[in-house]
Design a protein around this ligand. Structure first.
Ligand code: NAD
Length: 484
């Protein structure tokens, strides 16, 4: 455990204090690379802790929302500096607690700082538009106001970036926050709390509660004092959050799963396409909502692409995530490991041919060798449902119409990619692929901090996150008629 977090004991962060859960219950988090190693002990919080965090956030809101936005932004800028100062600690803790290869953990920790820095600048942006009243010529203008207390619920797979990209705009636009971190990766999120504490954020503006979804997430969604819930996670849990949250009259934003296609046209540059397919499918052990689950390769290059992709798979380093050379590390926990192995078994049972990988790759770790399937039917489980691991399938197509139709045939619509050198093909994909994020000649995964992020169809609900789009969710727009 890093020195800083060890010093505060891996506790909840409520009203500016590091506190154990009121019920006194804790759980241990184990390293998915070496499951016998305990990474830390964390609170198993419940509704009392959530209520205390909401009390603190509610009490802090009037003063926080009354600060000039630029002053609020200054706290985020200082927190960004604090994150950068502890970047190596954050990256190593992320790798130890959820198995992300160190090279990606470092990038993600840096991205969390960049997100805070971006939102620190939002304090200088316009908050509305000025018009003339039609009858009197007096002023009429729109103005965006903060909502109040917002609840943020995050998954384990981007334990720095996702909490940062919800917290940054929530605070910048004048809300106070109760953040529920995922049980499988609390340590990384606590570094964000520590960075905001070092930035001397006023007590109660940002609070963190750790524990199980039902014990912490549900009371947060149900509490009438919480004005809005931003949730990232799986489809079934997200749907439950939407029902409970909207039923209680609050705003709800969901970022959910994906089943992201990549189309490789006959005219594509194959080397970059192969690199992008490998990274998109297997980095972070395929545990990204934007991971490449289906690769459609056109007839003319199919065999060549397949051979080069298998070659690339044989070269990728799979193993200890703390080794900076490792590209594919373990799955987050035993249950995910078993679920992904079951998905691979089902892929074979349903007629898919496993061309490479798919087995346990270490006797101790929850490590699965990257798996490539071929001959998977379009309506088979693997072609339709998110198997959250290093598993992808290769399909052959003849015409672009066919590829687009098959790519769009799932209920998800998060990201999609096309590799081509033909502008007409690229343009058609941009217009017709059903996804919130489209890549031309780059992998399906990846999200820049200053542009919107979010999916369509079953992949999302409500306004998109990140960039200037975040203002939509974290503020309400009012219209002011002002006469002298
Ligand atoms: P999950 O749905 O199991 O959990 C997400 C969060 O919700 C966790 O903090 C969990 O404790 C909490 N939760 C669980 N039950 C709850 C309840 N009843 N009420 C309130 N909160 C509850 O998801 P996960 O396994 O942590 O993450 C993996 C999933 O997240 C994948 O499906 C992945 O595609 C998705 N994801 C989506 C995006 C995106 O931006 N679209 C990004 C990352 C991950």
């Amino acid at each position: 455990m890093s020195e800083t977090i060890a010093a505060v004991g891996g506790e909840n962060f409520i009203a500016g204090q590091w506190t154990p859960s009121q019920g006194g219950r804790t759980y241990e988090r184990h390293n998915p690379w070496r499951p016998a190693e305990v990474v830390g002990e964390f609170p198993s919080s419940d509704a009392q802790d959530v209520a205390a965090a909401i009390d603190a956030a509610e009490a802090a809101w009037p003063a926080w929302s009354g600060l000039p936005a630029a002053k609020r932004g200054a706290f985020l800028a200082r927190a960004a500096d604090a994150i950068e100062a502890r970047l190596e600690d954050i990256a190593h803790d992320m790798t130890r607690e959820m198995g992300k290869p160190l090279r990606e953990s470092r990038l993600e920790a840096g991205r969390a700082a960049a997100i805070f820095r971006f939102f620190s600048g939002e304090g200088w942006r316009p908050l509305g538009e000025v018009f003339e009243q039609s009858a009197t010529g007096g002023a009429v203008y729109t103005r965006r106001r903060p909502l109040g207390v917002v609840g943020l619920i995050t998954p384990w797979n981007f334990p720095a970036a996702i909490p940062a990209w919800k917290t940054g705009p929530a605070l910048a636009y004048g809300n106070t926050v109760v953040l529920k971190l995922a049980q499988d990766a609390p340590l990384t999120g606590l570094h964000l709390a520590r960075a905001l504490e070092e930035a001397e954020l006023p007590h109660g503006v940002f609070n963190v509660v750790i524990g199980r979804g039902g014990d912490v997430g549900e009371p947060l969604v149900a509490d009438e004092r919480v004005r809005a819930i931003s949730f990232t996670g799986s489809v079934p849990v997200g749907q439950g959050v939407r029902e409970l949250g909207t039923g209680a009259g609050k705003r709800v934003q969901l970022e959910l799963g994906g089943h992201n296609p990549m189309i490789v046209a006959d005219d594509a540059k194959l080397d970059p396409a192969v690199q992008a397919a490998y990274a998109g499918a297997f980095w972070s052990a395929g545990q990204k909502c934007t991971a490449t689950r289906r690769i459609y390769a056109q007839d003319g290059i199919y065999e060549d692409f397949r051979a080069r992709f298998l070659q690339r798979m044989s070269e990728g380093k799979v193993g200890d995530p703390a080794d900076p050379e490792t590209e594919v590390g373990p799955l987050v926990n035993e249950s995910q490991f078993e679920t992904v192995l079951a998905g691979i078994a089902r892929g074979r049972e349903e007629g898919g041919t496993l061309l490479a990988g798919g087995d346990r790759a270490d006797p101790d770790a929850y490590l699965i060798a990257p798996a490539l399937f071929e001959d998977v039917a379009d309506d088979a489980f693997l072609s339709c449902e998110e198997v959250f691991g290093p598993v992808t399938s290769l399909y052959r197509f003849r015409t672009l119409e066919e590829a687009i139709e098959r790519a769009n045939s799932v209920r998800f619509g998060l990201s999609a990619s096309v590799f081509t050198t033909d502008l007409e093909i690229a343009d058609r994909c941009i217009r017709e692929l059903q996804a919130g994020i489209l890549h031309v000649n780059s992998q399906t995964a990846g999200a820049d901090v200053h542009v919107p992020f979010g999916g369509s169809k079953s992949s999302g609900y409500g306004p998109h996150e990140q960039g200037r789009a975040a203002i939509e969710f974290y503020t309400e727009e009012i219209t002011v008629y002002q006469d002298v």
